[in-house]
Design a protein around this ligand. Structure first.
Ligand code: GRF
Length: 187
């Protein structure tokens, strides 16, 4: 199987990166990770790239042309797909157009509910019965594109921000891999 080349964008812990990386070692998983990009030089997730000899790049988002730098690197590695995994920057319209391939993201809520930051606080406040995560295509609006995979669980009365975060993240690892399989099975 010819695997698609993915670039993973991170800003922090990188546990979704680690989970995709593990799955990508399976011979029939449709994606391999070619490049990791972080806007944060202290992102723990960079260690996964370093330990596994995956090329990585730290970008300085204060520089006006940092997205061009990313595009150049992505072209160099012939990346077919960008996976945002805890990347805390908005991707510009121009970048989306210039890349021209799929960009997908994972969000810790059942979209279209609870777009944006501070998700778990807002979920608890609004007495939801269920929550979960969503993998979706990225468009120029925040947490808005077409949904690829959603996974949910029931909220307990004892749940707090931390327990919701943990349960959601466990589901995220499954959802991200499923989404990648789904995208490339139907392409
Ligand atoms: C995930 O919970 C994801 O939903 C959100 O950022 C978090 C990233 O976690 N977009 P990690 O860096 O993959 O551990």
């Amino acid at each position: 199987m010819v695997k698609k080349k993915a670039c993973i964008f991170i800003s922090g812990r990188g546990s979704n990166l680690s989970s995709i990386l593990k799955r990508s070692r399976e011979y029939n998983f449709p994606v391999k990770i070619k490049l990791v990009i972080s806007n944060n030089s202290k992102a723990k997730g960079l260690l996964y790239a370093k330990k596994n000899s995956i090329p990585w790049l730290i970008v300085n988002t204060k520089k006006r042309n940092y997205e061009n730098q990313i595009l150049m690197e992505i072209k160099k590695w012939k990346v077919n797909l960008i996976c945002l995994a805890g990347y805390m920057r908005i991707i510009s319209k121009d970048f989306i157009r210039n890349f021209g391939n799929d960009i997908i993201n994972i969000h810790p809520s059942l979209l279209p509910k609870f777009k944006g930051l501070g998700t778990f606080q807002r979920i608890l406040k609004s007495n939801e019965i269920k929550t979960g995560c969503t993998v979706h295509y990225v468009n120029e609006k925040l947490d808005d594109g077409k949904i690829i995979v959603k996974k949910s669980f029931f909220i307990n009365e004892n749940d707090d921000i931390e327990s919701l975060r943990k349960k959601t993240q466990t589901l995220e690892y499954k959802a991200y891999s499923e989404a990648l399989i789904k995208i490339f099975r139907y392409n």
